[in-house]
Design a binder for this molecule. Sequence first.
Ligand code: IVH
Length: 718
Amino acid sequence: MANAKSPVETLTEEEAAAELAFLAAEIARHDELYHGQDAPEISDADYDALKRRNEEIEARFPALVRDDSPSRRVGSAPLATFAPITHARPMLSLDNTFSDEDVRDFVASVYRFLGRLPDDSIAFTAEPKIDGLSMSIRYENGRLVTAATRGDGTTGENVTANVLTIAEIPNRLPAGVPAVVEVRGEVYMAKSDFLALNEKMAAEGRQTYVNPRNTAAGSLRQLDAAVTASRKLRFFAYAWGEMSAMPADTQYGMIEVLKSWGFPVNPMTQRLFRVDDIINHYREIGLARPDLDYDIDGVVYKVDELALQERLGFRSRSPRWATAHKFPAEQAFTTVERIDIQVGRTGALTPVARLTPVTVGGVVVTNATLHNADYIEGIGNSGERIREEDHDIRVGDTVIVQRAGDVIPQVLDVLMEKRPAEAHRYEFPKTCPVCGSHAVRERHEKTGRLDSVTRCTGGFVCRAQAVEHLKHFVSRNAFDIEGLGAKQVDFFFEAEDPSLTIRTAPDIFTLEKRQASSLTKLENIDGFGKVSVRKLYDAINARRSIALNRFIYALGIRHVGETNAKLLARAYGTYEAFATAMKEAEGLSGEAWNDLNNIEGIGEVVARAIVEFYKEPRNLDVLGRLLEEVTPEAAEAVVVSSSPVAGKTVVFTGSLEKMTRDEAKAMAERLGAKVAGSVSKKTDLVVAGPGAGSKLDKAKEFDVEVIDEDGWFELIKG
Ligand code: IVH
């Protein structure tokens, strides 16, 4: 193939054809990295250069334009589209632990929650944490009916056709299995298969893959199941979702059952009783790790007895009965070539080290976050030293970088003996590099300490903030508008023609109308086409009705991430109720303010941020226009409707003897009740143990029903 740098005029037809083939594959790969995996390998400028080169060659050799040419592809985002599947039971993630001490804490917390004494014996299972993709596979009457990726935990993608091609996953289960069986586990690619695939790719002069995990993900998210079939994917079963009947009553027993049904299970799974044995097994798995034919990134511990798992229940995203003990991160040396500043959605100026590319644990690292000005200096978030004095990070420094799992790589330390004589202290900008507004470090109201974050004060004036806001708004866990990725948002934001610009969220929903009466047609613009434009409008229109928690999350209110958005949606039920309450809470006092603060999990900083958001006229203006286009659905009542305490506000007081306080709270929440810390007019029920004091008096004052622990168990029995 001709050197990619040779001028288009000098290319022979043969060279041009070869290069077009290369560019089609290469651009498709970058599209997938960017849109499908959120892991771009090249800058936007380099990506554009590839597209331009492709177009220039096509302009000279129109006969060579390929069917799969990037210039023909719609919206530049050839996203595989899979139908969504809502999981019968959510697919949760795991909490991480990093040290032996963390593990001891985890085990102790299980004992504490269950009110067990240390010399009681609780069994745990310990098994490798496979670095692949989790999958939920549903069988009805013994036949595989659907397979879904984890997605956001609630809804995943229907990849049934692809999973049917994985030889290690049975399509039928033996006779006598329960009518509904959902098997969960990890799809992965063996290291040996990955290396063989890469050798083949290299031999064919094609781009090689980065690591087995991403390759497995890419292989699975192929619309053409034949491609999945050609890649050898494998599977380990380790969990389950909905089951119409439980064939065992322990984790270990369930794994044995899954094995007997024909699923591969990990041979290193063990049942252990003592923390020391658990930690020992972790070390053994760590020692075996390099010789395994698959990547693992830690060891998962689970409480063995399912009845205890049930009692322990879940926090918002992860079970209390399990944790992942991660292996230490991998490290490497490299040099800092440059320090860039990125401006985020909330105006935070984040310094990023551009590094000489280096491989850390099998992945090429070129960037590392430097977090903030203090971090560069060697000072941590609480003002503590995190590196020796003088070990500030400078351009030209040789540094140790660390990568742990999916976390953004970090710069840990500087090798002082390698510091070039001319390297000088990094000066953190005093103005926003995008809009030029002052950049300030706020002072914490209470502690008086300087905030670690330097923020652009430009607000809506700052293009970077506005663009990041939009990207957040359309992102996967917010409005999730297909065909409107980061690249397209940049394009619409910069577009000058009024029928094309999108500067605020409501503009997204007026685009089609504005386009209808305009002569500048989107479909004639590079990177778009008739089909992709239609698809884009359809994707936008499909979101005119949206779950309340997604809507709230999409607003990009500071401190309101997915978890808090869900809490708010659940607490207020409808958008109107939420918005009205936020306006009523304006003075940071009164009933609405108290209610907001009483939501379990919403602290004062978050409450304040939400109320402040609703005070800003500009936000209200955008919201007003947005609500003309979009309807947030009322939150689904997550309450167990049959539960007699569903929707009630309960206060536990006094000393409880039959359950720990944590357990009581978790139990009530599982049954759909809200648990409050203090008694008010809104309290429905007080559960009082011996020694209850002022809360009991309050309950009498407000005429709230009071029961004891036995009464509680009686009540929830129904
Ligand atoms: S148990 C409710 N066991 O790790 C807990 N997860 O960080 C269900 N994973 O999403 C998960 N190996 O994709 C479990 N042996 C194992 C695992 C494992 C890998 C993945 C899984 C999960 C993620 C959580």
